[in-house]
Each structure stands twice: as structure tokens, then as C-alpha cells.
Ligand binder design. Structure first.
Ligand SMILES: *Cc1c(COP(=O)(O)O)cnc(C)c1O
Length: 384
């Protein structure tokens, strides 16, 4: 019987070989061979100035909040429609939030709303590239320059995706702001179960980032022979992953092109099948901004009400296809309502209630994709 889950994590086949190599090497903790291989591959493939693997994107965001030196009461501007970790990392350092609404046609933050939210206490803008699609980084970076703010890109979903600036130059996402964060959670395009990376573009942070990564010690520079003993010199935590995770991730990074090719094919097939079918209807498809490429991380539909979305998820479930909704606006979460003045983000609330994600993963077969497309259309025709 056909049964299609929302996600199946990609496996390249090389993971066990590399993990065995780690076991044989007797160096299983972090920052040895495979960690370095991953760092080198990321630098080589994406021209990042510096990257550090972390145990999650959540960890990378926590490192970013420490690096930009958030103090209690500092204000952070971020979208309401995002994952909890985007905000939680800054809340741990005492930040206060100013939530930005999504655009009407795209869950990414509406950059035209940012300037009104900037005060003397604003320290950082967090740009979340939802579905991998780039935020309007020209607008965000020029505001950051004008008001002397840091920009952190939550590029958790944006591996292998690019921002096209107004001069026509291509920038890999995560490399545009002062800092960028990636996730290698099993739901992302490539994964190591739980994992992430911090991308450091601002050279002022190079040294301190390594210290925070290594529990607040200068262990990394000790291993390079730059200091003769290693000391506790700053705050930090255990943010670096073990070599077992790095070995798994290295196998995945090596297969990135293969994964991206397959995911793009599926994404395009969904899009081409639905574009004319839904034209003139109240169902919205992903609307890729002119300044963004597409890394085929998510394929979503946006219905016109919570009721229709609920019926759709139920209907697809009855066809053995798992479709799932996504974020719940952070500005209306119980924790935020308790602590912060209320704000209004109607577009974010609409995506909270009406957006649904279709299965999209490397192992989906052509027949399964056809069956999903057929079932979506069938639901829509019955709804009429
Ligand atoms: C997945 C995700 C995260 C969290 O990533 P982890 O690696 O699970 O910590 C953060 N932000 C966004 C936008 C995400 O999609």
C-alpha cells in the first residue's frame, strides 16, 4: 500500500564508512579530521571566509547572540513567522523583540516595515530565509548600515541558495550579513540528524567565535600552537559536534549536488502541475522573489482559511500522504504574550493558519509525486 511520509532524510551511502574511520582513529570528540573536512568543503564550495560546525542551528544562533553581544534590554528585529530558536537564542541573553510581519505573498519578513521598528536600543536584525528564499537583503543591509546594526541570517533552510543584489551579483545565503546560521537537522536538504553551522563573515568575530565554540576557552588556538596553555577566557558552551556527526555530514555535503538536482526536479514538477491548475483560484503557490534563487527546500500551498487547510490535511491523510503545516506566529506565543507588548502581524497569522507543506525528499519516486499531485487536484475539484 502506498504511504508517503512528509520527510525521509537523505542517506548517501558513505556515512558508515566515514563513521568507521572515526571509530578506528580513536579521536571521536570534536574539531578533528571530519570537522575540518566539512569546514574546508564549505569554504571551498561556497567561498565562506570562516565556518564552524555546531550541534544545531539553534546552537549557531546562540553563538550569534553572544557574538553580537546582546545585553538585557537590547532590541532584536525578527519575523514573527519563524522557528522558536530564531528568537530563543536572543531571549537567553535578555533581548526584547520587535516582530516584523511577513509579506502578503511570501512568508519572509516585509523589509519595508523594519525602519519604523528601529529605536536606540535596536542591535540586530535577524533575516530568516523561509523555504530557502532570500529576504530582501539589499533593503536589510542598507538599513543596517544607516543605523549601525548587526545582521544575522537564519539560513537554516537556505543551503545552496543565493541572493541576487541590485548590481546583479550573486551571494550565497549566510554570507551577506555579519553572521549566518545553517541547520543540518534531518528535515533539511542535507543532514546529520542534529547539526548546524555558524558562518562568520565579519572578521572581527573570527577569534571570539572559536572561543565561544570551545566552552569559552582558547583551546583551538592552543592546538594551533599559538598559545602555550589553554585558559578560560570568555563565556561559551559546548557548541561543537562530535566527529561522528561531522563524518555523517561530510558524506552528505559531498552529495549536495545530487540531492539538489533531485529536489529541484520534484519542486518544478509540483509547481508546473499546480501553476495553471490553481490560477484564478484562492490557492497561493510559492512566489519566489526576483532577487532569490530556489534551493527546493520546501513546497507549500496557502489556502484561504484554516478550515480548508484542516480539511486538506485530513483528505491527504486519507490518501496516505502526510502534509504538515508550519510555524505558529511567535508574537502570539504564550511566552511572548506574557513578556512583551502585543504586536499585530496579520500576514504571519495567515501563513500560520493557511500554509501547508507537501512531501519533498530525495527518495520520492516519480509515481509518488504523480500520486500526490493527483490527490491535491482531486481535493480541490471536490471542494468546488
Ligand atoms: C530548522 C530551523 C531552525 C533550527 O534548526 P536546528 O538545527 O534544529 O536547531 C532554526 N531556524 C529555522 C528557520 C529553521 O528552519
Amino acid at each position: 500500500m502506498i504511504s508517503i511520509p512528509f520527510n525521509k532524510p537523505f542517506v548517501s551511502g558513505k556515512e558508515l564508512q566515514y563513521i568507521q574511520d572515526v571509530i578506528n582513529s580513536k579521536r571521536i570528540s570534536g574539531n578533528v579530521k571530519y570537522t575540518n573536512l566539512c569546514h574546508q568543503l564549505l569554504s571551498h564550495h561556497f567561498s565562506f571566509k570562516k565556518s564552524l560546525l555546531t550541534s544545531s542551528c539553534t546552537d549557531a544562533l546562540e553563538m550569534a547572540a553572544i557574538l553580537v553581544n546582546i545585553q538585557p534590554g537590547d532590541e532584536v528585529i525578527l519575523p514573527s513567522y519563524t522557528f522558536v530558536s530564531t528568537a530563543n537564542a536572543f531571549l537567553l541573553r535578555g533581548a526584547v523583540f520587535k516582530f516584523v510581519d511577513s509579506m502578503a505573498n511570501n512568508p519572509n519578513l516585509d523589509a519595508s516595515l523594519i525602519e519604523n521598528l528601529i529605536t536606540e536600543k535596536t542591535k540586530v536584525i535577524v533575516a530568516v530565509h523561509y523555504a530557502g528564499f532570500s529576504c530582501d537583503m539589499d533593503a536589510i543591509m542598507s538599513l543596517a548600515k544607516k543605523y549601525d546594526l548587526f545582521v544575522v541570517e537564519d539560513a537554516a533552510q537556505a543551503i545552496d541558495n543565493y541572493f541576487l543584489d541590485r548590481m546583479g551579483n550573486k551571494h550565497i545565503l549566510g554570507s551577506v550579513g555579519n553572521l549566518g546560521t545553517y541547520s543540518f537537522h534531518e528535515t533539511k536538504n542535507i543532514n546529520c540528524g542534529e547539526g548546524g553551522a555558524l558562518i562568520i563573515n565579519d572578521e572581527r568575530f573570527f577569534n571570539r567565535a572559536e572561543i565561544i565554540w570551545e566552552k569559552g576557552t582558547n583551546r583551538a588556538s592552543y592546538f594551533r600552537g599559538e598559545v602555550d596553555k589553554y585558559n578560560w577566557v570568555d563565556i561559551g558552551s559546548s557548541y561543537l559536534p562530535s566527529e561522528l556527526n561531522a563524518a555523517f555530514l561530510y558524506a552528505q555535503l559531498q552529495s549536495l549536488e545530487l540531492v539538489q538536482k533531485k529536489r529541484s526536479t520534484i519542486w518544478k514538477k509540483y509547481y508546473d502541475s499546480f501553476k495553471s491548475f490553481f490560477s484564478g483560484s484562492k490557492i497561493m503557490l510559492p512566489d519566489i522573489p526576483s532577487y532569490s534563487t530556489n534551493n527546493a527546500h520546501l513546497f507549500y500551498l496557502v489556502f484561504n482559511s484554516l478550515g480548508v487547510r484542516t480539511d486538506f490535511i485530513e483528505y491527504m491523510k486519507s490518501r496516505n500522504i502526510q502534509c504538515v503545516f508550519h510555524y505558529i506566529s511567535l508574537h502570539s506565543s504564550p511566552l511572548i504574550k506574557l513578556n512583551t507588548a502585543s504586536s499585530s502581524c496579520p500576514n504571519s497569522d495567515r501563513f500560520t493558519n493557511c500554509l501547508v507543506r507537501l512531501p519533498l525528499y530525495y527518495d520520492l519516486t516519480d509515481e509518488e509525486v504523480d500520486y500526490i499531485i493527483y490527490s491535491v487536484k482531486e481535493f480541490f475539484l471536490k471542494m468546488q
